[in-house]
Design a protein around this ligand. Structure first.
Ligand code: TMP
Ligand code: ASP
Length: 253
């Protein structure tokens, strides 16, 4: 294949021009960052694992009717995705208290929340992705009230799906972050799940032991990140060595 044009390079992924209009190639790097890239490292094999895991979650979501950007895995580190216009928000869903909500409210890590809490951060590295109320999102035109209602509904469906899938392999879904993109079919705009779903963007704890199996292992220097992500992939049956076929492309309708 001819060398593709790089369109965007983020902290963990690169986006290249896709083979057809409306598509992109998403490349998963081994780079890990935390605390707004204050802490950085290269974790051998992380990109390969996240490519597989994001494929697994996005394919499962498509199968239950949650629209998303994933089209097809291309190779160990790359997947074909639909080009979307990313809404500049990190959509976070929390089931148990961990991370920033503990600092903000003085909660003990692991406290069950009264119901899943959906919150939004404004995607801006220079500002440290600040938490923003819906009022800001609507006033600044990042999304409309209708968009936000749709985004919350999508996020809660993703939460139910991921919670069930992870529970099935003995893992508690504490919280996660997704990003949402807009696509247009002629004049009709739709919102779909985009970016990635992987242990980089979730908190995953072993149900029995509480062992952390997500990026907190890196953030807090708790051991080998590759071992943690490999364990998640192994339990889900998506270790590269187990997979002998490429995922079938699916069409969003
Ligand atoms: P937080 O507790 O630090 O706000 O994180 C909530 C969830 O969002 C957690 O699963 C990690 C994920 N997350 C990202 O994916 N990217 C980020 O930049 C941040 C801050 C959190
Ligand atoms: N993704 C953010 C960073 O790279 C923060 C985090 O995930 O902890 O700095």
């Amino acid at each position: 294949m001819a060398r593709r044009k790089k369109l965007y390079e983020g902290k963990a992924k690169i986006l290249y021009e896709g083979p057809e209009p409306g598509t992109l190639v998403q490349y998963f790097k081994d780079d890990a960052t935390a605390f707004n890239a204050e802490k950085k490292d290269v974790i051998e094999g992380k990109g390969v694992l996240n490519n597989r895991l994001s494929e697994f979650f996005m394919t499962g979501l498509a199968n239950i009717g949650v629209p998303n950007h994933f089209l097809k895995r291309l190779n160990m580190r790359e997947q074909l995705i639909r080009q979307v216009e990313i809404i500049p928000l990190e959509v976070i869903v929390r089931n148990f208290a961990a991370g920033s909500i503990c600092k903000r409210l003085g909660l003990e890590e692991g406290t069950p929340l009264p119901r899943p809490i959906v919150e939004f951060s404004y995607k801006d590295d220079a500002l440290g992705d600040p938490l923003v109320p819906e009022e800001y999102i609507i006033a600044f035109g990042w999304a409309s009230q209708q968009d936000l209602d749709d985004i919350v509904a999508l996020a809660l469906r993703v939460n139910d799906f991921l919670t069930g899938v992870m529970f099935g392999v003995g893992i508690k879904l504490v919280d996660f972050k997704i990003e949402i993109g807009r696509i247009w079919d002629n004049d009709f705009m739709r919102l779909i799940v985009a970016d990635e779903i992987s242990p980089d963007s979730c908190r995953l704890w072993d149900i029995e032991t509480g062992q952390k199996l997500d990026k907190d292992v890196f953030r807090r220097d708790l051991g080998s990140l590759t071992d943690a992500y490999t364990e998640v992939a192994r339990r889900l049956g998506v270790l590269p060595s187990n997979v002998t076929h490429a995922a079938k492309p699916h069409v969003i309708n």
